[in-house]
Ligand binder design. Structure first.
Ligand code: PLP
Length: 392
């Protein structure tokens, strides 16, 4: 006897993985440079040199037992202090290390937070388009996953639709900005209106509705855009952060949860996050990486290569007549599928060795996602293919 849900999750591969593996198989046949793989969001800019310097320093300067030993479950004080200082420096927020919980990236951070917020019958809302793993994480902790329809074509937040989704069972709303897959950044005005709505509904239902701010793309913003600091807008915001994208470290697994003391039941909530993480097998975030973050919490990426790709792909596709959501952040473009059927368009594109992900799994049929963590030449050489796809 096996756990059926676990079996289904382990044996059903995602559309993104399928496409990626198809791309690898095609590369063996036609050559890697002839596969235009826009499927997978693997950071392609190098990890900042300051991070590599910090690794070397940590290896040389730290007692070997301390270097590889267990840390406290919440994380080393030095790393939590560095993160708190960085948040205070950037946003003027009075953050203390006691509000920071270090995790193995954003994914386990989200699982811990969802676990902490789930009461019997609880629902957690995601705003379409959304990262498909949210459903897995929410259902995995026993909550109900519900989705707010997308705000087409701008991909801000459809607040009227969101208001209709709220009810007395709503525990939290996930806010992911900059957004995967749309590449949009929610404006301060959108977020202020969301905060006002949630404050009103929390009072009406007699319990807090939290915002879970999933922010692995926080630093990846372009052209003067900025992701507003949500706890300053809505105090009952829990931030899940990751260094996977900002420092190009996705395989190293380091991130954190910030539970503001000013959030409703803030102190108990921090303990509940620690408890839910423990329940999921968390022991501590990787010790070496905690020590690196203690030195590098304020290091920012050089986004020039992503920005160049973004402008080339957005400019190129819109010039061809494609409808594309304005990409102010992350490293994705969300493109309306010509003809309206994203699966058909993705299949058609595959025949030209162009790999784009249909939006269905993101809760937004009719659109395809393109990840532009690719070589600039890949973008240049793909544009004639996108032109041909319009008449295929
Ligand atoms: N949230 C979003 C929106 C993502 O796109 C990803 C990864 O792609 C994650 C969370 C998980 O990030 P991590 O590598 O930190 O677990």
């Amino acid at each position: 006897m096996l756990n059926e849900r676990a079996y289904a999750l382990g044996s059903n591969r995602s559309a993104i993985r399928d496409l990626f593996e198809y791309g690898c198989a095609r590369a063996a046949v036609v050559g890697r440079e002839n596969v235009f793989d826009f499927s997978l969001g693997n950071p392609s800019i190098p990890t900042p040199e300051a991070v590599h310097t910090a690794i070397r320093e940590v290896l040389e300067q730290t007692d070997p037992v301390e270097l590889h030993g267990y840390t406290s479950a919440v994380g080393d004080l030095a790393a939590r202090q560095a993160i708190a200082d960085d948040l205070r420096g950037r946003y003027g927020a009075s953050v203390s290390p006691g509000e920071i919980f270090l995790t193995c990236g954003a994914a386990p951070a989200l699982v811990a937070v969802f676990g902490a917020l789930t009461f019997p019958g609880a629902e957690i809302l995601a705003i379409a388009p959304y990262f498909p793993e949210y459903r897995v994480f929410v259902e995995g902790v026993g909550a109900r996953f519900a989705e707010v329809p997308p705000d087409v074509p701008d991909f801000q937040i459809n607040l009227e639709a969101l208001a209709r989704c709220l009810n007395e069972k709503t525990a939290a709303v996930i806010v992911n900005s900059p957004n995967n897959p749309a590449g949009t950044v929610y404006t301060a005005e959108t977020l202020a209106r969301l905060g006002a709505l949630l404050a009103r509904k929390s009072a009406e239902y007699g319990h807090p509705i939290y915002i879970v701010a999933d922010e692995p793309y926080r630093e990846l913003v372009y052209g003067g855009a900025a992701a507003p600091f949500l706890p300053a807008i809505y105090p009952s915001t829990i931030v899940c952060y990751s260094y996977s994208k900002s420092l190009s470290l996705p395989g190293e697994r380091i991130g954190y949860v910030y539970v503001p003391r000013a959030a409703a039941d803030g102190e108990a909530l921090y303990a509940a996050v620690a408890g839910a993480a423990r329940n999921a097998g968390h022991v501590c975030a990787p010790s070496l990486w905690q020590k690196v973050i203690a030195r590098c919490a304020a290091v920012r990426p050089n986004l020039a290569a992503y920005d160049r790709n973004r402008r080339a792909l957005y400019g190129g596709l819109t010039a061809l007549g494609y409808e594309v959501a304005k990409p102010d952040g992350a490293f994705y473009l969300f493109v309306k599928a010509p003809g309206g059927d994203a699966n058909a368009f993705s299949e058609k594109a595959k025949r030209r060795d162009v790999l784009v992900v249909p939006g269905d799994d993101f809760g937004c049929p009719g659109y395809v996602r393109l990840c532009y963590c690719v070589k600039y030449e890949t973008i240049e050489r793909s544009l004639p293919l996108f032109r041909a796809l319009l008449t295929d």
